[in-house]
Write a protein that binds this ligand. Structure first.
Ligand SMILES: *Cc1c(COP(=O)(O)O)cnc(C)c1O
Length: 373
C-alpha cells in the first residue's frame, strides 16, 4: 500500500483539463481569451453605458433563446448569486404560504430562509432523505411552489412540473440551467447563478420570470411590505428592463456567461448542451456501474443527475483519500458535498466538461485505487 501523498499519477493518464468541481466550475479557456481580448474596451467601464448594457442585453436575450422561454417571459438579473435571490424571493415572490420541496442542502437552505421570514406564513415543507426526490403537490392554500431542478449536494435531478391551480412555480436551476432540458412553461421563475453550467464566475443571479411572476413582483414590491432595496425585485425588474443592475455587477461574470450561452446557442441550443451532459453522464455512471468498488449513489436512473454525478465507494476504499490523491496530482474538486458525509466523490458533468477528460478521470481514479490498495 502506497500512502496517498506518495502517489504520482502517470502523465499519460491525466485529463487535459483538471477542473471537476460543481461550482465554481471549469471556465472554458476560449471564453477567458475572449474576455482578455475585450478587456481594454470592456473591463473597467461604466455599467450604465452602452458597451456593458449591450452585453447585458445580449445575455438576457440569449438566455431567453437557450431556455426556449415562452412569449412574455422576462429575464431579470441582480447581484448576490442564488443565495441572495432566495431572500429576494421571500420578499417579492412569495405572497404568504409556500410549499418547499426539500431534498438536500440547497433546497433546505431556501426552505430555512422562507421559514425564518417573519412576514410569511409557515411554509409547507415536503422533505425526503438525501438521494431521493421530493415532489410538489397541489394544495389550495399554497401561493408559491418551490423546488430545485438539480439538487447539487446529492446529484438528484427532477423534471419541474406545475401543480394544478394558480400558485407560482419557482425552480432553483443553479446547477441545471443550460445543462438539463425542461419545459419553461411549467415554471414561473427559473433562477440560477452562472458559475455552474454557464461556466462563468459567481456573484450574479439570473431569473427567467413568467408574466404571472412579474405581476406578483409588481404587486408585492408596491405593497407596504418592508424590503431592503438590495432584495427588492421591483427595483431589479426596473433595472433589468434597462439592461442594468441595481448596483455594480462583476463585468467579467456577465461577459463569461454570455460567451457560454452563445457557445451553446451557436452549436444547437439546449439539446446540444444537454446532449454533452448525457454523454458525460454515460461515461461516469457506465464506469461506476461496471466497477467492483464504485456505484452511482442515485440508484433510480429517472432521478439520476446528468449534470452532477455522485459516486459511492465500497468501504474497502477511502473516497477522501482518492480525492486528496487526485488533488495532489492537480486534479481538483472531486470531494463529495461536505455535509453529506458519504464515502463518495462528486464530479461535475456540466456542458463545458469534455467527455474525454471524464474518461481520463476514471482511469486516474482506477490507478489511485490500485496504488492505495
Ligand atoms: C450552487 C447552488 C446554490 C448557491 O449558489 P450561490 O450563487 O453560491 O448562492 C444554490 N442552489 C443550487 C441548486 C446550487 O447548485
Amino acid at each position: 500500500m502506497t500512502s496517498a501523498d506518495a502517489i504520482t499519477i502517470p502523465a499519460d493518464l491525466l485529463p487535459s483539463d483538471s477542473r471537476f468541481g460543481c461550482g465554481p466550475s471549469k471556465v472554458r479557456q476560449e471564453a477567458v481569451d475572449a474576455l482578455a481580448a475585450a478587456g481594454p474596451t470592456y473591463l473597467g467601464t461604466s455599467h450604465r453605458k452602452a458597451t456593458v448594457q449591450f452585453t447585458v442585453a445580449a445575455l438576457r436575450n440569449s438566455i431567453a433563446e437557450m431556455l426556449v422561454l415562452p412569449d412574455g417571459y422576462e429575464v431579470l438579473l441582480g447581484n448576490g448569486g442564488t443565495t441572495a435571490f432566495w431572500d429576494a424571493a421571500t420578499f417579492h415572490l412569495i405572497d404568504d404560504r409556500a410549499q418547499m420541496a426539500v431534498m438536500g442542502e440547497f433546497s433546505s437552505k431556501f426552505a430555512n430562509a422562507v421559514d425564518a421570514a417573519p412576514h410569511l406564513g409557515a411554509p409547507e415543507v415536503v422533505s425526503v432523505d438525501p438521494g431521493q426526490a421530493a415532489m410538489l403537490s397541489a394544495n389550495a392554500e399554497i401561493d408559491t411552489y418551490c423546488t430545485v431542478h438539480n439538487e447539487t449536494s446529492t446529484g438528484v435531478a427532477i423534471d419541474p412540473v406545475r401543480p394544478d391551480g394558480d400558485g407560482l412555480v419557482l425552480v432553483d436551476a443553479t446547477s441545471a440551467a443550460g445543462g438539463l432540458r425542461f419545459d419553461a412553461s411549467a415554471t414561473d421563475c427559473y433562477y440560477f447563478a452562472p458559475q455552474k453550467c454557464l461556466a462563468s464566475d459567481g456573484g450574479l443571479w439570473i431569473a427567467a420570470c413568467s408574466p404571472a411572476a412579474v405581476e406578483r413582483i409588481e404587486r408585492l414590491s408596491a405593497s407596504d411590505r418592508w424590503c431592503p432595496a438590495f432584495f427588492d425585485l421591483g427595483i431589479a425588474l426596473t433595472n433589468s428592463r434597462k439592461d442594468q443592475t441595481y448596483n455594480t455587477p462583476a463585468l467579467a461574470t456577465i461577459f463569461l456567461a454570455l460567451e457560454q450561452v452563445n457557445w451553446i446557442n451557436n452549436n444547437g441550443g439546449i439539446n446540444w448542451s444537454a446532449g454533452r451532459c448525457d454523454a458525460n453522464a454515460e461515461a461516469i455512471y457506465g464506469w461506476a456501474e461496471a466497477h467492483e468498488l464504485a456505484s452511482p449513489f442515485i440508484a433510480d436512473t429517472s432521478i439520476r443527475s446528468h449534470v452532477v454525478a455522485t459516486i459511492d465507494f465500497d468501504d474497502k476504499v477511502d473516497a477522501n483519500a482518492i480525492a486528496a490523491t487526485l488533488r495532489n496530482n492537480n486534479i481538483l474538486d472531486t470531494e463529495s458535498y461536505r455535509k453529506l458525509g458519504r464515502n463518495q466523490l462528486r464530479i461535475s458533468l456540466f456542458p463545458a466538461i469534455e467527455t474525454d477528460d471524464l474518461v481520463a478521470l476514471t482511469r486516474c481514479i482506477d490507478h489511485v485505487i490500485e496504488q492505495l490498495a
